[in-house]
Design a protein around this ligand. Structure first.
Ligand code: C2E
Ligand code: CA
Ligand code: CA
Length: 743
């Protein structure tokens, strides 16, 4: 036991002792003579119902205990002694009754309650008697004296009762007496005043009508009491219902809030999970696994935002750089795919370094990258970035001990009002990149709308080209190759022509590069070869005088690299029965130089078959002159550009002269291409150029017209008179025609 609690027992026993003394005194002085039947009735009612009955003043939180009123009544009618004894019995009985009903009341609590009632009533009676004389005589005093006496009675009873109870409770709860009294007993003052007032009223009524009448009227009073109780209960019920409804509503609202909170928590959880999976999805769905760069999907997303921004703000510009590595395949082929992958990763890091955080660099797949530049001031900004990227990529990469160099071709497109779809932006940048490749790689090209039209046309052309092979829309034209001194036709160059069903004639300069790129060239090429061989053989069958004519057929780089090229040619020669010595294959310098070893071997095998080879467009590609002698090549064809510019100045004539000298030194013959004027013809002869080809002699013509050309072979009108004497009896190269004759 701590603090005040230890005082609770001594305090209780002290109270009990004092109360016992008060009770003994009261019992001793009890005026037995005055205790009539009415007293017994009052005592029974007080003990039996007093504590059970409380009168509540409607809408006020004040309860008037019937006990208080009845004991005050006893005090006023039968004196303090009777009131003390009745109060003790009532208090003890009420406590025992509550305990029986299961309300926990300590034994010392029961004693305390009894003692409290005994002492407070005893002291009240003493106080009233001291102030106003015997209690039983109060009712006869003046109304003001009577009311004052009632007030004193109520006040003393209240102070003593609440004071002692507060001490007891304070000891029990270990709190201060004052705080306990203020919290629990201060509001009870009204109860005592009301109790005293009712007692006073009852005394006055009994005085007027007699106590026996009251006893008779008790059932009526009881009914009135029950009615009041019922009324109070109704009020309670309805207010309880209102309260319940309100509580129900509040509970409902609370439950709703709770549910909402649960829902919000759940949403938060789902959101976090979504974010996590989104993040995961982002390492997986929006990024390139190899380089970690954003992939096409993410770039498209960013592009969408850029397009949106440009639409809202006229001063916002963006650009897309489409970047494709040049000759990446070579690295993969020579160093292996692992090294190729490493290179792509290193390139990704370099690209990231040379860009601003607001830019996006993405890998689109393979060796293709795209860069989205935001907030540009001008087209020059994009060009500067493209140049910087190309510069940065030029520095060597170190891959497993190898120093690797790479370059890139870049296509650039700038934001424009007509861009609504990111795919179109990428497509245009891709088209511009393609142009950069076309124009020789390792450069950038800016997209213009013409490019798009050309790209669309290209796609259309590609489809048409596939169809053209099936539909046999091609025809071979023949352009004579003339011995410049005699003006005699020594052979023809086969040049393919495409008769497009809608577009009419399509230039080979337009479709051959496309055919080469799409691989369709192998089919077209072998068809031209077969057709040219067949035609040449046909001519010699028709006119044995033409049995010495050579046929030159162009071979694209791609055809030249075909592994079964030799077998294919052999088969065609077999099929057509053409002497291999009459066939000349024209290959460009770049096709030869691209893979010198393989080219040399191929050229050697062709020579072994008796087939001749020419280098086409000589002077325009990158031929290594020091290598040239290693290749078994028969003829150099001087590109038309040198011939046409010969007259412009000595410098161009010098180039032609150098090529002729070189060819002579290497024991190769020379054909000048694009001879258009008699003057050019004259100059070429002066330079000892053996053969020529050009509009001066004939444009490429269909087979029938070509035959007529040889049969007439009359170029006299275009050749100066002085030359005529020498051209009348041309000497054809000595050609072994046994192969054809056998057939
Ligand atoms: P190329 O092999 O250099 O053919 C010569 C081109 O020059 C031909 O153009 C011819 O018509 C043109 N030409 C000839 N003389 C003159 C002249 O005096 N002045 C001018 N301005 N041009 C002249 P064409 O037939 O349009 O062929 C263009 C190119 O297409 C050829 O250039 C060749 O590279 C390619 N080609 C043509 N047919 C075939 C083929 O069957 N297979 C392959 N792989 N390529 C072919
Ligand atoms: Ca040619
Ligand atoms: Ca040529």
């Amino acid at each position: 036991m701590t603090g005040r609690k230890k005082f609770i027992i001594p305090f209780t026993w002290l109270m009990v002792a004092c109360a016992t003394a008060a009770c003994v005194y009261s019992a001793y002085h009890l005026p037995l003579a005055r205790l009539d039947l009415s007293f017994i009735f009052l005592a029974v009612v007080t003990i039996a119902f007093g504590s059970r009955l409380t009168i509540q003043i409607p809408r006020a939180k004040v309860h008037i205990s019937v006990t208080d009123s009845l004991i005050f009544l006893t005090l006023l009618v039968y004196g303090g002694e009777a009131a003390v004894l009745l109060a003790v019995v009532e208090a003890c009985y009420a406590s025992l009754r509550l305990r029986k009903k299961g309300v926990f009341i300590r034994l010392d609590g029961i004693f305390f309650n009894g003692a409290l009632m005994a002492l407070s009533i005893f002291l009240t009676a003493v106080a009233v008697e001291t102030c106003f004389g015997p209690e039983t005589g109060l009712v006869e005093r003046t109304p003001s004296q009577f009311i004052t006496a009632l007030c004193v009675m109520a006040l003393v009873q209240y102070v003593i009762n609440s004071g002692l109870a507060a001490v007891y409770t304070a000891c029990d709860t270990n709190e201060s007496v004052w705080a306990t009294w203020r919290a629990h007993y201060f509001p009870a003052s009204a109860t005592f005043v009301a109790g005293a007032a009712i007692a006073g009223l009852l005394v006055k009524i009994t005085g007027a009508i007699g106590i026996s009448s009251i006893i008779t009227a008790t059932p009526v009073i009881f009914i009135v009491y029950l009615t009041h109780r019922r009324y109070i209960d109704d009020i309670k019920t309805s207010s309880a219902q209102v309260e319940l409804a309100e509580r129900g509503r509040a509970e409902l609202a609370e439950r709703h809030v709770e549910q909402q909170q649960c829902y919000i928590v759940e949403l938060e959880r789902v959101k976090t999970e979504l974010e996590e999976s989104k993040e995961h999805f982002r390492h997986a769905a929006f990024h390139d696994a190899l380089t970690g760069l954003p992939n096409r999907a993410l770039l498209t997303d960013h592009l969408k935002l850029s397009i949106e921004m440009t639409r809202r703000r006229a001063d916002h510009h963006f650009a897309v750089l489409f970047l494709d590595l040049d000759r990446f395949k070579n690295i993969n082929d020579s160093l292996g795919h692992a090294a190729g992958d490493r290179l792509l990763v290193e390139i990704a890091r370099r690209l990231e370094l040379c860009l601003r955080p607001s830019d996006t660099v993405a890998r689109l797949g393979g060796d293709e990258f795209a860069i989205l530049l935001n907030g540009l001031d001008s087209t020059e900004d994009a060009i500067r970035v493209a140049e910087r990227v190309q510069q940065d990529l030029m520095h060597p990469f170190y891959l497993s001990g190898n120093e690797v160099y790479t370059t890139a071709s870049i296509g650039i497109t700038i934001s424009a009002a007509y861009y609504a779809d990111p795919e179109n932006v990428l497509r245009d940048a891709d088209t511009a990149m393609y142009q950069a490749k076309e124009k020789g790689k390792t450069r950038y090209e800016l997209f213009d709308t013409g490019m798009h039209a050309r790209a669309v046309l290209r796609l259309q052309l590609e489809n048409d080209l596939r169809r053209a092979i099936e539909n046999r829309e091609f025809e071979v034209y023949y352009q004579p190759i003339v011995a410049l001194d005699t003006c005699r036709i020594t052979g023809f160059e086969a040049l393919v022509r495409w008769h497009h069903p809608e577009r009419g004639f399509v230039s080979p300069a337009e479709f051959i590069p496309l055919a080469e790129e799409t691989g369709l060239i192998t089919e077209i090429g072998s068809w031209v070869l077969r057709e040219a061989c067949r035609q040449t053989r046909r001519w010699s069958l028709d006119d044995p005088a033409l049995a010495m004519l050579t046929i030159s057929v162009n071979l694209s780089s791609r055809q030249f690299m075909q592994p079964d090229l030799l077998a294919q040619i052999k088969q065609i020669l077999d099929e057509t029965n053409l002497n291999p010595r009459r066939l000349k294959l024209e290959i460009t310098e770049s096709a030869v130089m691209a893979n010198a070893e393989a080219a040399a071997s191929m050229l050697g095998q062709l020579r072994n078959l008796g087939i001749q080879t020419s280098i086409d467009d000589f002077g325009t590609g990158y031929s290594s002159l020091s290598y040239l002698h290693r290749f078994p090549i028969d003829t150099l064809k001087i590109d038309r550009s040198f011939v046409s510019r010969m007259s412009e100045g000595d410098e161009n004539a010098e180039i032609v002269r150098t090529i002729i000298t070189l060819a002579t030194n290497l024991s190769m013959s020379v054909i000048a291409e694009g001879v258009e004027t008699a003057e050019q013809h004259e100059r070429l002869k002066e330079l000892d150029c053996e053969y020529g080809q050009g509009y001066l002699f004939s444009r490429p013509v269909p087979a029938a017209a070509a035959l007529a050309l040889v049969q007439n072979n009359d170029y006299t009108s275009r050749v100066p008179d002085a030359m005529l004497a020498r051209t009348l009896n041309p000497t054809f190269p000595d050609i072994d025609i046994t192969h054809e004759e056998i057939s």
